[in-house]
Design a binder for this molecule. Sequence first.
Ligand code: V47
Length: 387
Amino acid sequence: MNAPSNAPFPVRDPALAPIVDKVLSGGRVTFDEGRTLYRTPDLPALAALADHVRREKVGEKAYYVHSLRLSQTNVCYVGCTFCGFQRKIGEDGAWDMDLNDVWNYVARHAHPDLTEIHISSGHHPKRGWDYYLDLTRGLTERGYQVKAWTAAEIHHFTRIARPKGSTRPVSYREVLSELKEAGLVALPGGGAEIFAERVRKRIAAAKVDADGWLDVHRTAHELGLPTNATMLYGHVETLDERLDHMMRIRAQQDASGGFLSFIPLAFQPDNNQLARELGKTEFTTGVDDLRNLAVARIVLDNVPHVKGYWIMVTPELVQVSLSAGVSDVDGTIKDEKIAHASGATTETGMTEAELIRLIHDAGRTAVKRDALYAELAVHAPPVRDAA
Ligand code: V47
């Protein structure tokens, strides 16, 4: 039995029907309505609603970028319990590239279509501020768009950017301005984890707190640097804490407007302390992944894109999620290390042809973008023969 609703798709859950009608008429969901989205048994209607919101925003386009992931070090002093990537200096498996190592690495992965270098690495306790500026500048000079430095790293930089002998704290604004001057074009969304203090204390106690994370992004937006936002889910957080996380991002976006995309990150449960503490060996389920992406698309009505991160939830799930709110499939990535250090079972990269096929088989137009969503090439899906 369908519940009464004006939707152009069936809605069976009577609790969902008024929310569907509200969203279809342009309304914004409240926290309580978000709870209903997370709990409804009517997953097809939830996905159809998210799909409607996606279509209103981007039409039939699904975006990807030709990218390279650079993890120049896995040395990190922060000690987040969910992370299997981190090593201490001198520990087995630790690495730390100097600038020449980085230039050689990038030259090894060079490709005529490579546009974005996304840096994702550790907080090295010894590297000085100039190293990060030189790294950003050097990659920019080689013709790449640098999307780099999470809010947690920006927070770390305010400590190391202080001139010797100075006691004056360096601000987020100063650090970000210098990086922008060196060529930085955007910030990735990492380090957000879950904002709720209860969870943060357990999984990322020594990382920048929620207010600091949001403050860095606000400052970046004010300086004209767009950013992304992530949410790490599938560990100890409650559904209310996921919603609280999204609501804070939505409020920040209302205020400063520079988020380009939201990326839910599914907890990878291998080789990390949190998985051991929880006795967890299973990945998030497809329904949880899909529901989470759909809820994000509906709740985050002011964020242009929801990204399906195929590295963590599989290309197959991301392909299906293109009909449940997702408008971006990230990119070729090439050499992902963080998720794979915690047991990700996917490849560490995909070719552009594979990404285009994934998008086309979902019936969408594949749009190659740069780091700032400028459109570089449009690949319409091939016409299927009727037989
Ligand atoms: O901040 C670490 C997460 C993030 C695990 O901005 C884990 O376009 C799951 O931020 N299980 C880094 N997640 C990756 C990241 C990202 C990814 C894709 C796109 C963008 C973007 C940003 O990875 C970290 C942390 O939240 N992470 N360990 C784990 N075991």
